[in-house]
Structures are given as structure tokens and as C-alpha cells.
Design a protein around this ligand. Structure first.
Ligand SMILES: [Zn+2]
Length: 104
């Protein structure tokens, strides 16, 4: 059994979840765009919140994809900064962690 089979499953499931959430945010962002710009500007506050969510989701997707790449190339679970093993507890809490607790 590959070493990180379970982590890979967790990451893949998480990736799908975040991807779905981003699409929901995008759908909501697209709705008010039929109005002219002034009306749209009044909604900017809401839009910024939604865009913030979308951005956070996209960052998470990038982090998850990077973690999946590290599983493939064998560097998963090793701190990118100091080279120590990242603790199992930390990987469980943050499955896409690239740094150990000391370096994060
Ligand atoms: Zn470290």
C-alpha cells in the first residue's frame, strides 16, 4: 500500500469540495452583473466578500494540488524549509501542510 494513500484520498475529496464551493461563489458573483455599473458598485461590498471566499478557495486548491504533487514525487510529509518530518497530527489537521509546525 502506498505510504500516503489515505492522505491522498483526503486531499482529493477536499479538492472536490473546495472546487464545488468556488463554483457556487462564481455563480453568485455572476448574477448581479446584468445591472449597470452604478448599481453594481453598491453591491461591491458583497462582491468583495464573495471574491475573498473565491480567492481563499483558489489558494487552497493550489496548496492541495501542490500537496498531491509532493505525494507523487515522494516529498510529501517532509518540511520544505528544514527537511524534518511533518508530524502525523499536523498532516491530519492540515493535510496540505508544506512546512512543519516549527517553520510554519
Ligand atoms: Zn520545518
Amino acid at each position: 500500500m502506498p505510504k500516503w494513500k489515505k492522505q491522498k484520498e483526503i486531499l482529493t475529496a477536499r479538492l472536490q469540495e473546495v472546487d464545488k464551493r468556488i463554483h457556487e461563489v462564481e455563480d453568485q458573483l455572476e448574477e448581479p452583473h446584468s445591472k449597470d455599473f452604478e448599481d453594481f458598485a453598491k453591491e461591491t461590498e458583497d462582491t468583495e466578500v464573495l471574491e475573498g471566499l473565491g480567492l481563499a478557495g483558489q489558494r487552497e486548491i493550489a496548496a492541495i494540488n501542490a500537496a498531491l504533487g509532493r505525494i507523487e514525487d515522494g516529498s510529501y510529509g517532509i518540511c520544505a524549509k528544514c527537511g524534518d518530518d511533518i508530524s502525523a497530527a499536523r498532516l491530519e489537521a492540515v493535510p496540505y501542510a508544506a512546512l512543519c509546525r516549527n517553520c510554519a
